[in-house]
Design a protein around this ligand. Structure first.
Ligand SMILES: NC(=O)c1ccc[n+]([C@@H]2O[C@H](COP(=O)([O-])OP(=O)(O)OC[C@H]3O[C@@H](n4cnc5c(N)ncnc54)[C@H](OP(=O)(O)O)[C@@H]3O)[C@@H](O)[C@H]2O)c1
Length: 319
């Protein structure tokens, strides 16, 4: 089978598309013929091994897994002898943030992990694009209790996390101001935010409203920059550690000090995210933002684009 591999940590130049042996499922695993996967910012971390702390999970000196890929959508083509939850021919999708070797024609995955049936009528690419960014958005937001009338400013609404977060926030019934960049504001508007700010032509920190929460989904702002946007007890949440990893220690300092706070929710439980997103997809309550499609053979090109930091939502690899 064809697979996207790299032998050492590096940039897109480390990527090779090679022919290797098809894997065989263990007793509790399904063998999946992958049809679509995304190239996302978690894949970027798995490829580069950066930030270095990530290597504690994916391999200290060299990658534990040679094949890249963290999400998948495809069909079950073989079953381990203990598999009960899936049958041959089932359309399935899933995610695992430490890498699951999905950028290949075939992959194996345990039935007990973050895997679910693709809801009827949802194309493979759409399922794959509802995994990574939506998982992080769901994780960050599900650790917050929103009250009726809460206002949220979402910075970075055109990213994979941001475009999922706008939709998940609207399900929670809060008021959302989405900050994105021209010329993609029309796509941000279509996500259903109450108000939109174009950060390339306006200073988003000079917004005339105050917010209960500022959620930076691209990690390009900071608590100090956003304080004027927050109510006296408002909360700042970021998807990134920030300068000097400040978002790791500011939660403790701001909690002790009282008033405005920082929280940094660590993502966990991809299975819960996949099951939740399956439900939303089935009910027509979530539509992933999709940017470009690449062929598996052009994986290095797809990584180069994703690493430019300019993708709109999700980039698909068609397998
Ligand atoms: N904490 C975690 O566990 C975790 C997990 C995954 C990812 N992350 C991090 O979360 C961040 C977001 O990931 P993602 O996949 O959603 O990102 P992404 O899809 O790569 O974000 C790209 C988008 O961000 C927009 N953007 C770039 N600079 C911006 C700025 N200064 N202000 C507003 N928008 C800006 C770009 O629009 P323009 O081109 O118009 O600027 C582009 O549409 C990344 O930094 C990633 O490393 C964290």
């Amino acid at each position: 089978m064809k697979a996207v591999i790299r032998k050492q940590y590096g940039g897109p130049e480390a990527i090779e598309v090679v022919e290797i042996e098809r894997p065989t499922p263990k007793a509790d695993e399904v063998l999946i013929r992958v049809r679509a996967t995304t190239v996302n910012r978690t894949d970027q971390g798995v490829l580069t091994g950066l930030p270095k702390v990530f290597r504690l999970f994916i391999g200290l000196f060299k990658p534990k897994r040679k094949i890249l890929g963290t999400d998948f959508a495809g069909e079950v083509v073989a079953l381990g002898e203990k598999v009960k939850d899936f049958e041959i021919g089932d359309r399935v999708w899933g995610f695992y943030d430490e890498g699951l070797e999905s950028q290949a024609e075939y992959m194996c995955f345990p039935q007990s992990k973050a895997i679910a049936h693709i809801p009827k009528g949802i194309p493979f690419a759409e399922a794959a694009a509802s995994a990574e960014g939506a998982h992080y958005a769901y994780n960050f937001l599900s650790k917050i209790t929103f009250k009726e009338g809460d206002k949220v400013l979402l910075y970075g609404a055109t990213g994979a996390i941001g475009s999922a977060a706008v939709q998940l926030l609207k399900h929670r019934g809060v008021y959302v101001t989405a900050v994105g960049g021209a010329p993609n504001m029309d796509k941000v508007r279509a996500l259903g935010a109450d108000k939109n700010v174009d950060y390339k032509n306006e200073d988003f920190t000079k917004d005339d409203e105050v917010y209960n929460f500022v959620f930076d989904a691209v990690g390009k702002s900071s608590f100090s920059i956003c304080r004027t946007l927050l109510t006296p007890t408002g909360i700042y949440v970021s998807s990134e550690l920030g300068d000097g990893a400040e978002n790791l220690y500011l939660p403790l300092i701001t909690k002790l000090r009282g008033g405005q706070r920082v929280i940094f929710p660590f993502p966990s439980n991809p299975r819960e995210s996949i099951l939740h997103m399956s439900q939303l997809l089935a009910n027509g309550q979530f539509k992933p933002m999709v940017d470009r499609h690449y062929a598996l053979e052009d994986a290095a090109e797809a990584y180069t684009y994703v690493m430019s930091g300019q993708k709109l939502g999700n980039v698909i690899l068609e397998v």
